[in-house]
Design a protein around this ligand. Structure first.
Ligand code: C2E
Ligand code: CA
Ligand code: CA
Ligand code: CA
Length: 274
């Protein structure tokens, strides 16, 4: 009852009103951002233990004319709520495919993969697979270089439908990663039935992997699970050599994090060859 009372008070809080109008303003701005090309893809390298780049993750940024660079944590949830995630997600996929095509001409870059984050609403759209197939066909991007990152909660809402969509795209070469792995609720039985290629160890387990025995145990468990299921693993949020060394010793061979490189515009990527 105490909680309910608190919620009722918060509902009429003027600060909430302000938040609502700020959100409405952001929605208008975001619509404009899509029309006026204020979105940019940043790329973070995915590397081997010695730092050689094997691919990148595309991370969207909004170059707001007044606010400057806005991070996706601030506008992706709003885009999800409003449905703007559909055109936004399509824009991200188009830009990522264009990058793959640009890289395909050069032997130094033609083997790089690009991982794209897919939101729940985007993935659940009935034409999701068709849109990707069309995009690959019209851009000429190599499907084997495109990775799609999905989250557990997204997959569990309509499991059978998700399996169908993934299988269809995998049959032409697109691969799938389970993002933020370990933070969701998927059972091992479900995991086994998903047509996945890779798990991404969530950065919350990597952060304290050297000092928190629970996180160390979780990281090890994910790595051995992945091995037994024949899945690749990328450790996210690797910020120190110590974390890298621990994960490497535990059997991890792909890394992402500030230790190796922050997300940057494509011109600033350090394309150290394998
Ligand atoms: P994510 O997919 O889990 O992406 C990883 C996030 O961790 C990125 O934040 C990245 O900049 C950050 N990161 C990478 N290495 C490190 C590290 O060593 N330490 C720390 N502390 N952080 C690190 P970012 O770019 O702000 O993106 C946040 C989230 O927004 C992403 O989380 C993803 O869920 C979402 N997102 C980003 N781009 C897109 C997109 O194009 N479409 C959709 N649907 N979601 C996106
Ligand atoms: Ca991701
Ligand atoms: Ca992640
Ligand atoms: Ca995340």
């Amino acid at each position: 009852a105490k909680n309910a009372g608190r919620n009722t008070v918060r509902f009429f809080d003027p600060a909430m009103q302000l938040a609502a109008s700020a959100r409405a303003e952001m929605e208008v701005d975001l619509r404009k951002a899509l029309q006026e090309e204020q979105l940019v893809l940043y790329y973070q390298p995915v590397v081997t233990a010695n730092g050689a780049i094997t691919g990148v993750e595309a991370l969207v940024r909004w170059m707001h004319p007044v606010k400057g660079m806005v991070s996706p944590g601030e506008f992706i949830p709003l885009a999800e709520q409003t449905g703007l995630i559909l055109p936004l997600g399509q824009w991200v996929l188009e830009a990522a495919c264009a990058q793959l095509v640009a890289w395909s001409a050069d032997p130094h870059t033609q083997r790089l993969s690009v991982a794209v984050n897919v939101s729940a609403r985007q993935f659940r759209h009935p034409d999701f697979s068709t849109h990707i197939l069309d995009l690959l066909r019209t851009t000429g991007a190599n499907p084997y270089r495109l990775k799609l990152e999905l989250t557990e909660s997204l997959l569990l809402t309509d499991f059978e439908e998700a399996v169908l969509k993934m299988s269809e795209l995998r049959s032409i070469g697109v691969s799938f990663s389970l993002d933020d792995f370990g933070t969701g609720y998927s059972s091992l039985a479900y995991l086994k039935r998903l047509p996945l290629d890779q798990l991404k160890i969530d950065q919350s387990f990597v952060r304290d992997v050297l000092t928190d025995p629970n996180d160390a145990a979780i990281a090890r468990t994910i790595l051995s699970l992945a091995k037994s299921m024949d899945l690749g693993v990328v450790a996210e949020g690797v910020e120190t050599a110590g974390q890298r060394d621990f994960l490497l010793a535990a059997g991890c061979h792909a890394f992402q994090g500030y230790f190796f490189g922050r997300p940057v515009p494509v011109e600033q990527l350090q394309l150290r060859p394998l």
